[in-house]
Design a protein around this ligand. Structure first.
Ligand code: SAM
Ligand code: SF4
Length: 338
């Protein structure tokens, strides 16, 4: 395969005309809880330390990617707050000229301790993963009794100055129906935006089944009836993964990530870097490109850029969740970085 030229700073455009400006970086595959739709309960084989990119290697990668048009970063995992000195990385990444937006996705179990340091380091946007306000159901979903810590973490984030926080709720049919309305009200009261994410076939135990997906349409219907009338946001960013709705009474926004019922692949602007340094053009990609060896071998920025371009050149039109051809990726969610 001949690598496309990388010397120009032309944007990262794939065969289908999609421009990529958004990089999701997983900083660890480890996690302190065990959500059933992501991780197995026991026996997880985590990567060893030498396999994981150092913060310097991550920074180096981002510096090589920014001239190609990457302007937005999201740090994720596994649970990113398990990575020691994360504020140091945030400070370094925020200082890279060209980075305009950075967000962190976290389960918030450790947020109480870290919120102020994250804010001081320059982080301004949080997505907090919380599927229920009911302690018993939280334990059932995550196999840990940590709801009080998560709620304390959310309070600490507000106290530290974080605004416009989003709540990630994984919509599993037959499970979270009792939670979607209480979570919507909790968000309305606090000025948070809930994001209901359809359950995707990325769990470690192959539990996913089409019938276990609570669809965006079902949730829009329930929330519109029980919380308040909703309307689609007219000027929403078409490249954002969430379909945005707003309460007609001005009570805030609600997002739906309808990856299964209404895939948004045609607008995808994202690439992903796993914690062990593999580049993925899609959450569901089967193939991935190693960049860790390059980062560890004094490769030039141009060489790294060429590998990024080559990965994007291979990007498919979209995942095939809704076709018989669909094959789930070999890595579960915690190992890719959601
Ligand atoms: N540990 C952090 C957390 O839970 O937010 C960051 C990593 S986690 C893999 C990122 C997001 O993936 C979570 O917020 C959750 O909403 C989402 N997620 C995990 N498994 C999923 C699945 N099978 N289907 C849909 N979303 C999933
Ligand atoms: Fe951990 Fe996040 Fe996966 Fe839950 S979704 S097990 S919090 S990595």
């Amino acid at each position: 395969m001949s690598l496309p030229s990388s010397t120009s700073h032309a944007p990262l455009i794939d065969r289908f005309g999609r421009v990529h400006d958004n990089l999701r970086i997983s900083v660890t595959d480890r996690c302190n809880i065990r959500c059933f739709y992501c991780m197995p309960e026991e026996g997880v084989q985590f990567m060893n330390r030498a396999e994981i990119l150092t913060f310097e290697e991550i920074e180096r990668f981002v510096r090589a990617a920014v001239p190609l048009g990457i302007t937005k970063l999201r740090l994720t995992g596994g649970e990113p707050l398990l990575r020691r000195d994360l504020p140091w990385l945030i400070e370094r990444l925020a200082a890279i000229p060209g980075i305009r937006d950075m967000a962190l996705t976290t389960n918030a179990v450790l947020l109480e301790k870290h919120a102020a340091d994250l804010y001081r380091a320059g982080l301004r946007r949080l997505n907090i993963h919380l599927d229920t306000l009911d302690r018993a159901r939280f334990e059932k979903i995550t196999r840990r009794d940590d709801l009080p810590k998560v709620l304390a973490g959310i309070d600490a984030a507000v106290a530290a100055g974080f605004r416009h926080t989003k709540l990630n709720i994984v919509a599993v049919k037959g499970l979270v129906e009792p939670d979607i309305v209480p979570l919507a009200r909790y968000c309305r009261e606090r000025g948070f935006e809930p994001r209901y994410i359809e359950f995707m076939p990325l769990d470690a135990q192959s539990l996913w089944d089409r019938r276990s997906v609570l669809t965006a349409d079902e949730m829009i219907d329930t929330l519109g009836r029980e919380v308040g009338p909703l309307r689609a946001v007219p000027d929403a960013d078409p490249r954002a993964p969430a379909t945005e709705y707003e309460y007609e009474d001005g009570g805030g926004r609600v997002g739906f990530i309808a990856s299964v019922s209404k895939p948004f692949c045609l607008n995808c602007n994202r690439i992903r870097l796993t914690s062990d340094g593999k580049l993925r053009y899609c959450l569901f990609a089967i193939d991935e490109t190693d960049v860790r060896d390059l980062l560890r071998s004094q490769a030039s920025d141009d060489e790294i850029a060429a590998v990024i371009r080559a990965n994007i050149a291979e990007k498919w039109l979209g995942h095939e969740i809704n076709s018989a051809k669909f094959v789930a990726p070999p890595r579960p969610m915690y190992s890719i970085g959601g």
